[in-house]
Design a protein around this ligand. Structure first.
Ligand code: SF4
Ligand code: SF4
Length: 359
């Protein structure tokens, strides 16, 4: 694995080089002041000091809504034009490690025996440059859940801010190639990188340990699959824990690993499109069957499904939990439902009525 450093004041030059080579998406403020990934034209647009974007990086690979194909000459033999993403290299710069862990998990879902061509094309053409956090947000628990800081995954390169410099670690062949190209190019980019030293590696370890320690939600995930399975039929537990839920779906839309979608057709005159757009298991009609039967007719059942997917069914299906501890579902829930609290309750093995009263 190639490990380099780049002086902090040279990052702009590297970004200029990346922008000259193809589209670069990075965190910036949108017109409403929210942090979001968007294409950058100038390194000055990139925000490096941030907690996290509102929407996860998954939205660049599995967009909120996309036209899968266009239909022309609707009639006996319509023409189909596929809308596959362009086959050209691009860069995602500055994704947090919880989000790249989420991409590694989405890879298991979207690139299984029947790979999704839209997601796969975007993943194959993108080089992901992640950015290690220097300060966690209140709701973060990525280190307890999936060791996102100490065992990064889903990125091609990890950048870690150190005193006056960044550690640059290539995790994949794609990352190695991008660094090799940058190092091989003529000045100014060729002289940007220096070989990392043991001191740089030590400084990163210390930073990661400090950030992990600063995550106040330190939760045990040991045996969590079995705890969720044991509580599956405990209606009182799920009702008590999720009573306030209004079914808005934010927790699923903003989750880096939620992947449910709906398919819709739209036709005007002789032309049409097939869309794919995000869907949510929190919506009342998500499971409604044509007969009128709804196997998850009540909100507590939908929340049980969400949490079961993250901590129980995913373990059986993928061998891993799929909550990366980004904290978005806690941060943005309008009624303060907190998955970390629910995990704590599950782990305590106490029925809600036996748990200590909240202040
Ligand atoms: S964000 Fe909160 S209120 Fe909305 S569906 Fe999720 S848990 Fe329920
Ligand atoms: S369940 Fe919540 S904390 Fe876990 S990955 Fe999804 S949004 Fe983040």
């Amino acid at each position: 694995m190639t490990t380099k450093t780049i002086p902090a004041d040279k990052l702009r030059t590297w970004l200029e080089q990346l922008i000259a080579s193809g589209p670069v998406f990075a965190p910036q403020r949108d017109e409403d002041g929210f942090l979001a990934f968007a294409e950058i034209r100038d390194p000055e647009q990139v925000i490096l000091e941030f907690g996290n974007t509102v929407a996860p990086a998954k939205a660049l690979f599995f967009p909120r809504s996309e036209a899968l194909f266009e239909l022309r000459d609707l009639g006996d033999v319509p023409q189909i034009e596929d809308n596959l993403p362009p086959d050209r290299p691009w860069v995602l710069f500055g994704a947090r490690l919880c989000d790249t862990k989420g991409l590694a998990l989405l890879d298991l879902l979207f690139q299984d025996a029947e790979p999704d061509p839209y997601y796969t094309r975007r993943r194959q053409t993108c080089t992901v440059i992640a950015l290690t956090c220097v300060e966690p947000q209140l709701e973060c628990f990525c280190e307890s859940s999936v060791q996102a800081l100490s065992e990064p995954e889903g990125a091609d390169i990890v950048l870690t801010p150190l005193e006056g410099r960044f550690l640059v670690e290539a995790l994949t062949e794609k990352g190695e190639q991008l660094l090799a190209d940058a190092s091989a190019s003529t000045e100014p980019s060729g002289g940007l990188f220096a070989d990392a030293t043991d001191e740089d590696a030590q400084a990163k370890q210390e930073l990661v340990a400090r950030v992990a320690e600063a995550q106040v939600r330190r939760i045990s995930f040991d045996g969590i699959r079995d705890r969720v399975a044991e509580r599956h039929e405990d209606e009182d537990f799920w009702r008590a824990e999720t009573r306030a839920c209004v079914g808005c779906g934010i927790c699923t839309f903003l989750c880096p690993t939620c992947s449910c979608f709906d398919i819709m057709d739209d036709a005007i005159g002789s032309e049409g499109r097939r869309y794919r757009c995000w869907d949510s298991c929190q919506f009342g009609q998500f499971c409604l069957e044509a007969s009128g039967h709804d196997p998850r007719a009540e909100q507590w059942q939908r929340q049980r499904n969400r949490i079961g997917h993250k901590l129980y069914y995913s373990v059986d299906r993928l061998g891993r939990i799929t909550c990366v501890g980004c904290g978005r579902c806690i941060r943005h829930c309008p009624v303060n439902i907190d998955i970390s609290r629910i995990i704590g309750q599950l782990q305590s093995e106490r029925k809600p009525e036996e748990a200590p009263a909240e202040e």
